[in-house]
Design a protein around this ligand. Structure first.
Ligand SMILES: [Zn+2]
Length: 400
C-alpha cells in the first residue's frame, strides 16, 4: 500500500499481480477505501477467486505483466480465498539476458536469472520525506557473460538476501531469479527493484540450470561489467553529464551523495542569497524556519514556534549554475556551502548588503568562475514508484 499526494489531493493505492494456470498474468489495482478493504486479505502466494473488477488498458511503462490490461477493483468487487486444490505457477518469468540490457531503454522492467557474485552491506537511506529505507546492492552475472549491479530497496529481498549471505558463507553461489527489475543508468547500466519485484533463490526454471552449468564450467571468469562508473556506492566522483542523466532518468529511489568538481557559471541572486531564519533552539538544533517581519515595530515572527524575536539569524539559500567539461547543472545551496563560496557567514554578507552595497556586489560576483568540489545530494522526489522520480541536487559543501 502506498500513499500519494499531489495538487488534487491525496490517497492510497494498493496493487498486486496475479498469475493463473494458463500462464496468464495481470495486475490488480485498488484505491483508497477499496485498497484498505483488500490489502489485508491478499497474501503473496495465496490463491484467490476474484470477480467484479473492471478491465482497462495497462500503463506499459510501469507494468511488466504479460497482459495488455489491468483490472481495477471497486468496493463491490469480490476477492475470495480459493478452497479448491489448483496447480498455479507461483511466478511467471520472461527472462532477459544481462548482455541485452545494453540495448534496452532506461526505465524498462525485466526479469533476470543469474548468479550474485557479491552482496554489499545493508545501507540505510534517508528519503526526502524524512522516512528511511534500506538498500542492498549485488553484482549479478549470467551466462551471457555480462554482470550488472542490482539494488534491492526496502523490504524487497528482506528474507532472501540473508539466506543468500548464509549460502555465500558456505561457499555456495546459487542461481537467483529476479522478477520485475527496472533498468537505470546509474553508473552505466544498473537494475533496481520496484514495489512488485521478487527475488527467488534456486528457481525451478530451465534457465536456472543453464546458468548453473555455465558458471560451474568457469564461464564467469571473463565477464563484462555493465555497471562501471560509480555504481552503488556513496560519495563517488562523477561529472555533471552523469548527474544530469541521473536526474532525467529518475532511475534511483532513495538518496545518493556524489562528488562533482565544477566551476560556478552563474549565481542566482536577484531575490537575494539568504533568508531570515528563526534562531530559537529546539533542543540542540536551531529552528531555522523562515521568519517574517510584521507589525509597526517590525518584530520578527516565526510561524512554527509561534513566537517573536527581536533578532534573526541570516542563512544562505540560493541556486547556482555549475559546469564542467561535460555539462551544466543547477544546484541548490544552503548555509555551509554558501559560507565556502562567499568566504563569510550569511550574517556578515547581510551586513555588507545593508551597509556597503558595492562591496556586497563585489563579493557575490567574485564567486563566479571559481571552481569547487561539490558534494551533491541527489534525492528521489516521488510518492510511489508508479511515476518517474524527480531528482533534486543540493550542494552540501563546496571546497575551493
Ligand atoms: Zn522558529
Amino acid at each position: 500500500m502506498r500513499k500519494w499526494h499531489n495538487a488534487r489531493g491525496e490517497g492510497k493505492v494498493f496493487s498486486f499481480d496475479v498469475v493463473d494456470e494458463h500462464q496468464g498474468e495481470i495486475r490488480l489495482t485498488c484505491f483508497n477505501q477499496v485498497a484498505e478493504k483488500f490489502e489485508p486479505m491478499v497474501q503473496v502466494g495465496g490463491v484467490y477467486v476474484i470477480s467484479k473488477g473492471s478491465l482497462k488498458p495497462k500503463r506499459k511503462e510501469f507494468n511488466n505483466t504479460n497482459s495488455d490490461y489491468e483490472i481495477s477493483l471497486e468496493l463491490s468487487s469480490v476477492v475470495e480465498e480459493c478452497s479448491e486444490e489448483v496447480d498455479i505457477p507461483r511466478v511467471i518469468y520472461q527472462f532477459s539476458k544481462v548482455r541485452d540490457l545494453q540495448e534496452m531503454d532506461f526505465g524498462s522492467v525485466m526479469d533476470i536469472c543469474g548468479i550474485p557474485e557479491t552482496i554489499g552491506e545493508a545501507a540505510v537511506i534517508m528519503r526526502r520525506d524524512g522516512t528511511e529505507t534500506q538498500k542492498r546492492t549485488m553484482t549479478v552475472v549470467d551466462d551471457s557473460g555480462c554482470s550488472v549491479e542490482v539494488t534491492a530497496w526496502g523490504t524487497i529481498g528482506a528474507e532472501t538476501i540473508p539466506q543468500l549471505e548464509q549460502m555465500f558463507q558456505q561457499g555456495l553461489r546459487p542461481v537467483v531469479a529476479f522478477k520485475g527489475l527496472r533498468l537505470g543508468n546509474f553508473g552505466g547500466r544498473s537494475l533496481s527493484t520496484i514495489s512488485s519485484s521478487q527475488i527467488n533463490i534456486d528457481p525451478e526454471v530451465p534457465e536456472a540450470a543453464a546458468v548453473r552449468n555455465w558458471y560451474a564450467q568457469g564461464g564467469a571468469q571473463n565477464k563484462t561489467s555493465l555497471t562501471t562508473a560509480y555504481g552503488g556506492r556513496a560519495d563517488k566522483k562523477c561529472t555533471f553529464g552523469m548527474l544530469k542523466d541521473e536526474q532525467s532518468s529518475g532511475s534511483l529511489p532513495g538518496t545518493l551523495f556524489l562528488q562533482v568538481t565544477g566551476t560556478i557559471s552563474f549565481i542566482r541572486s536577484d531575490s537575494g542569497v539568504m533568508y531570515p531564519a528563526c534562531p530559537r533552539m529546539n533542543g540542540e538544533r536551531a529552528c531555522n524556519k523562515k521568519m517574517r517581519q510584521e507589525g509597526q515595530d517590525e518584530k520578527w515572527y516565526c510561524e512554527k514556534c509561534q513566537s517573536e524575536s527581536p533578532t534573526v539569524d541570516w542563512r544562505y539559500i540560493f541556486s547556482i549554475l555549475a559546469m564542467d567539461h561535460t555539462s551544466a547543472c543547477w544546484l541548490s545551496l544552503f548555509n555551509e556551502a554558501g559560507e565556502s563560496i562567499f568566504g563569510m557567514t550569511a550574517n556578515q554578507l547581510k551586513d555588507l548588503q545593508d551597509n556597503n552595497t558595492l562591496e556586497y556586489e563585489r563579493v557575490v560576483s567574485a564567486a563566479n568562475f571559481k571552481t569547487f568540489h561539490f558534494k551533491v545530494r541527489v534525492a528521489e522526489d516521488t510518492y510511489n514508484d508508479e511515476r518517474p522520480a524527480l531528482m533534486r541536487c543540493g550542494a552540501l559543501s563546496a571546497l575551493p
